[in-house]
Design a protein around this ligand. Structure first.
Ligand code: ZN
Length: 308
């Protein structure tokens, strides 16, 4: 965010505070909209929209697996204090359902990905054809989520509506450029090597959008355990097609992927671990990978380098 935008946000916040009849710094801070998101990717989207005019807390930090995540006592305090809760939905936060349905009675809760038109959604191949929740890896779909969140936040704070909508549009423009950047980079991988093998099926939307075949050891949720058959199937595929690299994920154990590497070695094919991808969680705060564009760029760089 540039400086003039920050100043604009602060002025709007100040005006909004006066309009509400609340002077004084203490009241000003308590009147700031408090938004709690589950994943860091959603937190990144909201921060880009609200600037400094709202408090944004993301419950799931670096390396956290949202499929298995359970709300802690500290999270419940944050959720109870929130004015607005934003989660991904499509059963990404598989163990948070009860908490959300209880809170739904007292405050607005938005499942950001569930607003997408169903024609854009992919189904996972496991667990009863559930919908794949990992929509953030198709940057063009994530752009739609960002614009929707701009509307949601505008509704929540009518006095800042225009500012939020403008910010959402500006961020969405950056995502148009990022989408093109990813497509161009992935297209440079030789066609026969354009296969992305990971621990769990988080990259279905990525593969669909950027024309790279995706194979995961586990299904679209990490709740399922990979079986021996899955490992053998992947070993067959990698050795037959002489795939150079497989990938681990920052939020998933690398045990199953190591089994694939060992299996390939026993068959006389050396496959390397191409690197660690950010699948369901972003990188550390205050690093480039701690932002959504940064995590996407890091993944693309690792994938392109390893498969060339
Ligand atoms: Zn996942």
């Amino acid at each position: 965010m540039n400086i003039s935008k920050k100043i604009q946000g602060l002025i709007l916040l100040f005006l909004a505070t006066i309009t509400l009849g609340c002077g004084g710094n203490e009241k000003e801070s308590s009147n700031r909209l408090k938004v709690v998101t589950t994943t860091g990717m959603l937190g990144d989207a909201v921060r880009n929209i609200v600037g400094d005019s709202a408090e944004v807390v993301s419950l799931m930090g670096p390396g956290v697996d949202p499929h298995l995540y359970k709300a802690t006592q500290g999270d419940l305090t944050q959720l109870n204090r929130a004015d607005l809760i934003i989660y991904n939905g499509l059963f990404l936060e598989g163990k948070m359902g009860d908490v959300f349905s209880r809170l739904q009675r007292t405050k607005p809760i938005v499942a950001a990905a569930e607003n997408l038109d169903s024609t854009f959604l992919l189904s996972g191949d496991a667990i009863g054809k559930a919908i794949d929740p990992h929509v953030w890896f198709d940057v063009s779909l994530w752009r739609q989520v960002v614009l929707h969140l701009g509307e949601v936040l505008a509704e929540q704070s009518p006095e800042l509506a225009e500012y939020f909508q403008d910010n959402a549009k500006q961020y969405a423009e950056q995502l148009v450029a990022l989408d093109e950047e990813v497509a161009t980079a992935i297209a440079t991988i030789p066609e026969g090597q354009r296969v992305l093998i990971t621990a769990h099926d988080a990259f279905g939307y990525f593969g669909n959008r950027y024309q790279i075949e995706v194979e995961g050891l586990q299904g679209i949720s990490t709740l399922s355990e990979p079986g021996i058959r899955d490992v053998t199937e992947l070993v067959d595929l990698i050795t037959e097609r002489k795939i150079k690299a497989v990938f681990v994920e920052t939020s998933v154990s690398d045990k199953s992927i190591q089994a694939v590497v060992t299996g390939c070695r026993e068959r006389g094919h050396e496959v390397s671990i191409g690197g660690s991808l950010f699948s369901d969680a972003m990188g550390a705060e205050d690093t480039p990978e701690g932002t959504y564009p940064g995590m996407v760029r890091s993944n693309v760089r690792i994938i392109v380098d390893a498969l060339h």
